[in-house]
Design a protein around this ligand. Structure first.
Ligand code: 13P
Ligand code: SF4
Length: 310
């Protein structure tokens, strides 16, 4: 990229010339969040993607999020700045093994977390996000047998929350799985006034110390509405950008992972950069595509999620 270019201005110019909508997840770098038309959690982003009349959707997030936008908008061009921006959790659930697992539990309703590939969604009955999962499960009859995939931490949390027994796929997110209970308790002892906010992809050992558990948007809203106060935040540190802006009086402390630095970044999310965003808008590539039959099958459980999460 030509170093003399004002990428901020160029991205804005390309967005309006091409009638493109820029969606960004909270785990994107702050500069990308600042350029976005909408910043949100997985459900909010899927809703924006479903409702837009833009011709192009540029997804500053990871592959499964852009794929969901494409499933909802087959006629639109959906771009992802870096096609390698995957998800460690989605990768724990390959479609062939998942199909065999579902076949071992034929009488179960398959509820799949949105952090999964289109092929896995195509094998599912209902998709959910972390902000909609409990609400969706509670709408199913008490005696309905449920298989939940792919996140075992979210699944176990939902079992505790809803009181429902579920068969769980054994997947985890590398970012949330590595928050350290030991270090979290040390931070909490240093800041006894702090409330702990955690994403439900964290292990139970971390969640049991949380004052509030929710999706990225829900964590953001909680801190905005309950500040000024001190919060220890157990999720990807990109969320702190909007949280700082929402309520500058809040003291925000990232929860530490077991090893490495004092905060956590998702290596997949962080593959997107402002430079790649500019190039992707300029060249209208890389584009997210998929097999039409997978797309049509995956749309059914996604539409159920949209209806059931209202
Ligand atoms: P949210 O739906 O809470 O934004 O979660 C997305 C995600 O990838 C969490 O790791
Ligand atoms: Fe996937 Fe975890 Fe990154 Fe979210 S934070 S995109 S679940 S690897």
């Amino acid at each position: 990229v030509d170093a003399s270019l004002d990428l901020h201005a160029e991205i804005n110019r390309l967005k309006s010339e091409k009638n493109a909508l820029l969606l960004a997840h909270y785990y994107q770098e702050a500069a990308i969040q600042e350029m976005a038309d909408f910043v949100g959690d997985s459900l909010g982003l899927a809703r924006e993607a479903a409702n837009t009349d833009a011709e192009i959707i540029v997804f500053a997030g990871v592959h499964f999020m852009a794929e969901t936008a494409k499933i909802l908008n087959p006629e639109k061009k959906v771009l992802l700045p870096d096609l390698n921006a995957g998800c460690s959790l989605a990768d724990t659930c390959p479609p062939d093994a998942f199909e065999a697992f579902c076949n071992e539990h034929p009488d179960h309703t398959v509820i799949t977390y949105v952090n999964s590939s289109a092929a896995v969604k195509a094998l599912s009955d209902i998709i959910c996000t972390s902000s909609s999962a409990a609400h969706i499960i509670e709408q199913l009859p008490e005696d309905e047998k449920i298989l939940f995939a792919p996140d075992r931490n979210l699944g176990a949390y939902l079992m505790r929350e809803t009181g429902r027994d579920m068969v769980l796929w054994d997947g985890v997110c590398i970012v949330h799985e590595t928050f350290s209970e030991r270090k979290l308790l040390r931070r909490a002892a240093e800041h006894p006034e702090a409330e702990i906010l955690a994403h439900p992809e964290c292990r139970d050992a971390v969640l049991q110390h949380a004052d509030f558990v929710g999706s990225t948007s829900q964590i953001r809203r909680y801190a905005r509405d309950n500040g000024p106060a001190t919060f220890i935040v157990a999720t990807e540190e990109g969320i702190l950008h909007q949280m700082r802006k929402d309520n500058p009086g809040n003291t925000l402390i990232p929860a530490p992972p077991e090893s490495g630095c004092n905060c956590s970044q998702c290596p997949h999310m962080r593959l997107n950069t402002i430079e790649k965003l500019y190039l992707c808008l300029e060249h209208e590539a890389p584009e997210v595509t998929m097999d039409a039959s997978v797309r049509e099958q995956a749309l059914v459980p996604i539409e159920r999620m949209m209806t059931m999460s209202q």
